[in-house]
Design a protein around this ligand. Structure first.
Ligand code: GDP
Ligand code: MG
Length: 161
């Protein structure tokens, strides 16, 4: 019933978003964070790091047979990345919509890729493509204690009962 729905805790969905090396170099980190904050998602983990080839080969394991894979690893190790975990209602799918299609030529203005990129090999940002993928990627990039559970004071305003 309606009452139990509104009193049950939200089953928190999480996704991994990363600002790729070109996004960090171009000082887009703040603008990208701002988009997720203003949409109403909750930041529960964030760090900057120089990703290793080993980590990236696990992250992109599905793509290892692609012709662009070596250049993808080169791109992703070319400088630091900022990785984040965002939480909220339908955050995985909504983040993909906010980020836009893989190839910026298809990305509409208003999406991160549609506003900040022109080429698929420099597409500024990563977002997990499914809840299962998100769980796998979050475990890969973060230790459990690096994720922070906290109450957002406006969380009851961000969804219906
Ligand atoms: P995403 O989930 O939208 O990031 O796309 P994919 O998981 O299919 O690919 C991962 C990343 O590989 C993309 O974001 C691009 O950075 C890169 N990539 C995908 N397709 C191509 C391509 O055809 N050429 C190049 N150079 N890079 C690509
Ligand atoms: Mg992907």
């Amino acid at each position: 019933g309606r009452r139990s729905e509104s009193t049950l805790p939200d089953v928190a969905e999480r996704t991994l978003v990363a600002v790729k090396p070109d996004g960090v170099q171009r000082r887009l980190v703040g603008q990208i964070i701002q988009r997720f904050e203003q949409r109403g998602f909750k930041l529960v983990g964030m760090k900057m790091l120089q990703a290793s080839e080993d980590l990236l080969s696990q992250h992109y394991s599905e793509l290892r047979t692609k012709a662009f894979y070596p250049s993808l690893l080169q791109y992703m190790t070319s400088g630091p990345v900022v990785v984040m975990v965002w939480e909220g209602h339908n955050v995985v799918q909504t983040s993909r919509t906010m980020v836009g299609p893989t190839n910026p030529v298809e990305a509409r203005a208003g999406t991160v890729r549609g506003d900040f990129s022109t080429h698929v090999s420099r597409n500024v940002v990563h977002a997990s493509d499914s809840p299962e993928g998100a769980r796998r990627e979050i475990q890969l990039w973060f230790q459990g204690q690096e994720l922070v559970q906290w109450d957002c004071c406006d969380q009851h305003c961000l969804r219906g009962a």
